[in-house]
Write a protein that binds this ligand. Structure first.
Ligand code: ADP
Ligand code: MG
Length: 704
């Protein structure tokens, strides 16, 4: 399938120069494509797409007296005194170097003395390069990056890329592997050829990769540098082509009516509810039902704030589909959510005579077998689950509706995979992070949209306050009082890093600290815990056994514990606006008055201040989303940052969002001119789609 031409890019990175069996493992961990069982084998293309995050600039070669403190400088010096530490001392080995204007101490901890003495003979001229620091009023350089003689200096590259690294991979090794990878980039055809689109003047894809990896100046690293723009545009173009093909195919394949006149089951569910549907829910349901009854395939986005009652709308739609003799699924982004949905929905479904099952990665083989069988025979009417639902081996007797919760955490691929599980599957995607209109268009294409702007009645406003972290003690004291009064609280720990591991550590520390004052009445939940441990922690919170739950953002989406009335968010300034809003939506769901305490590290930046102000002023998620976009850019709004499922590998939407329209136009023109991608530009476009592994899109054309 993949053009021969691209084979060098998709061969194993383990064969790159300098990579051995051990470093290959590290490389896999750092760059390997995500698979169901963890990181797969890193390929040459993964190395190429691992762009540097910075550049070390060794062009700065001032006299010592003018060298800026705190920056990397390259100094031409004469070696003066060498001061080895006394025997058995842990003090560093120090070497004084100087020029006509001043001197610097080179500091080597736990150093190999022989090496130092060989590299830095007294009286010799040397070039040293590294970060200059001031210590006790004296200039010093700890472990210079380079110590070179004249010949070595002549051969030293003046700028060096800096890569995000992982244990076991040195910059030098990665740089060498990248060189090898760059050498394998074949000449590629032009995938914009003859579209009649006016493109900015940019390097080719291959040139852009080389330039991006070997920036000659720090400016060449900027997102707006031509090489970066080219790579981002290509990736967005591939993405827009994929979206356009999908949409076309999706709409083309004639749908069928997945629901009919019968609404007895939905009516039964509705009648059993202890409340009435809101006007917004009714209106959305009317729209969804019209789609389900029509023969055009439904592709609808149901947007509504946390707690606005989307899930219920979904359940009623699912009931209609079951009544018409088909099956329906609801796919949630996390295990916790899937279980919670199941716990909430299955009894309601059962009361209306429908059999609902759950399918996640944690089922035992026996459970799994039973569920798969039920789905295949049709004994199961509805299923709730995680990604496990779209895996191979899961087949349905007749899937009619797929509901995807918290859409932006799933990619287009998953949506496609779901719709491929049936003949004419209608798709309803639900998101609690309302997406501004402009982004809906560019991101989801011509999806229909239903909005739930009204909240169920009886919800009380949440008292939102910002508190500087010096007053953490007061917050804890207040929490202890609240717990004594029988209240329940979430305590969310900061997103320190993109890494769950670091977040988990922060949450664990806070948990330990709170245990001093609350003892067993505090629980802990984070993404590194095993599924059963998470369930247990959640269960203790739900039952009130542990009325305080310290958590990382794993609780962000969807968790529903109406008794919880206090939300403490540490380092609130680090979260996205929409994300804080999501978290805040975990409280204020029941009858009790709720509060949200945003603890921030003082002093706040202006942006952080405005964000907290907005949160205090409104609970309207749509408004907050617009503001979030204005303040932070699209990547954040769409949650690609926070979700850990990187949307794009080369494009950064907050910088390259402006290219989306261009990419979309190019994609439209290309497909209008050559819908089957048969001509020369079509072939080039196929190559592009393969490079970005949009095989799903290519399959759509081939199946045509
Ligand atoms: P969402 O999925 O939009 O976050 P849910 O559907 O999970 O919201 O609803 C949140 C909570 O509100 C649930 O406990 C649900 O039973 C309840 N709820 C839903 N619709 C209504 C309504 N019309 N009136 C009162 N409560 C409702
Ligand atoms: Mg929800």
């Amino acid at each position: 399938m993949r053009p021969q031409l691209l084979n060098p890019l998709f061969s194993s990175a383990a064969k790159l120069p300098g990579i051995g069996p051990k470093t290959a493992k590290h490389l896999d961990r750092l760059l390997g494509p995500a698979t169901a069982t963890g990181a797969g084998e890193a390929r040459v293309v993964d190395v190429l797409f691992h762009l540097p995050t910075g550049v070390i600039d060794r062009r700065r070669q001032p006299p010592i007296v003018e060298a800026p403190i705190g920056e990397v400088v390259t100094l031409k010096v004469r070696v003066g005194d060498r001061r080895p530490p006394p025997p058995r001392s842990r003090a560093p080995y120090r070497v004084l170097v100087e020029d006509a204007t001043g001197d610097v101490l080179l500091i080597f901890f736990l150093a190999n003395h022989a090496w130092i003495e060989k590299m830095l003979p007294e009286g010799a001229e040397r070039w040293v390069s590294g970060k200059l620091e001031l210590w006790n009023g004296h200039r010093q350089m700890v472990h210079p990056d380079r110590v070179l003689d004249e010949a070595g200096f002549a051969a030293m590259p003046l700028t060096e890329p800096v890569y995000g690294l992982t244990e076991g991979l040195s910059p030098r090794l990665l740089t060498r592997a990248v060189d090898g990878a760059l050498a394998r980039v074949p000449p590629l055809p032009d995938w914009y050829d003859g579209l009649g689109i006016k493109l900015p003047k940019l390097p080719t894809f291959g040139e852009a990769l080389a330039l991006a990896h070997r920036p000659e100046t720090p400016e060449a690293m900027e997102p707006t540098a031509p090489a970066r723009v080219r790579l981002a545009l290509d990736e967005l173009y591939a993405n827009q082509l994929g979206l356009a093909l999908m949409r076309k195919r999706f709409r083309e394949r004639s749908g069928r009516a997945n629901a009919g006149e019968g609404q007895a089951r939905a009516d039964a569910i509705e009648a059993a509810l202890p409340f009435h549907l809101t006007g917004a829910q009714q209106a959305a349901l009317v729209e969804v039902r019209a789609d389900l009854c029509g023969t055009k395939r439904m592709l609808r986005l149901l947007q509504g704030d946390v707690g606005s009652g989307k899930t219920l709308v979904a359940l009623l739609a699912m009931a209609d589909v079951v009544e018409a003799g088909h099956q329906a699924v609801l796919m949630a982004p996390t295990e916790i959510l899937a279980r919670q949905h199941f716990a909430g929905l299955a009894p309601r479904a059962a009361a209306a005579g429908m059999h609902m099952a759950i399918l996640t990665g944690r089922d035992t083989p026996a459970e799994r077998r039973r569920t798969l069988e039920g789905l295949a025979t049709g004994a199961i009417d509805m299923a709730v689950g995680t990604h496990a639902l779209i895996q191979e081996g899961v087949s349905f007797r007749d899937l009619g509706l797929a509901v995807v919760d918290e859409q932006h955490r799933f990619g287009v691929h998953q949506r496609l995979a779901l719709s491929a599980k049936g003949e004419a599957v209608d798709i309803l995607v639900m998101t609690a992070t309302p997406i501004p209109r402009t982004l809906v268009l560019s991101y989801f294409g011509d999806m229909d949209v239903s909005n739930l702007r009204e909240k169920p009645p009886g919800r009380q406003p949440i008292d939102t306050r910002a508190i500087p972290d010096e007053r953490l003690g007061d917050v804890v004291a207040r929490l202890v009082r609240a717990v004594a009064e029988g209240k329940r609280a979430y305590w969310v720990c900061p997103l320190v890093d993109e890494s769950e591991e670091v977040d988990a550590a922060a949450a664990t520390d806070r948990y330990e600290a709170l245990r001093f004052v609350l003892g067993d009445r505090v629980g802990l939940i984070h993404g590194r815990m095993k599924g059963a441990e998470k369930d247990a922690a959640m269960a203790r919170f739900v039952s009130g056994d542990a009325p305080v739950l310290v958590a990382t953002t794993v609780i962000e989406v969807g968790v529903d514990v109406p008794e919880a009335t206090i939300m403490v968010i540490e380092h609130a300034e680090r979260f996205g606006l929409a994300q804080v809003h999501q978290l805040r939506g975990r409280v204020g769901r029941g009858a009790g008055a709720s509060s949200c305490l945003l603890i921030y590290k003082a002093p706040m930046t202006q942006v952080a201040q405005s964000r907290i102000d907005i949160l205090r002023q409104t609970e309207d998620g749509f408004l907050i989303a617009e503001e979030d976009l204005r303040l932070r850019g699209e990547g954040e709004v769409l949650g690609t940052r926070q979700s850990g499922t990187p949307g794009f590998r080369l494009a950064q939407l907050e910088h390259h969002g402006g290219l989306l329209a261009l990419a979309r136009d190019a994609a439209q023109r290309a497909l209008e001119a050559d819908p089957e991608l048969m001509g020369p530009t079509g072939a080039a476009i196929r190559t592009l789609l393969h490079i970005f592994e949009r095989e799903d899109a290519i399959r759509l054309i081939e199946a045509g």
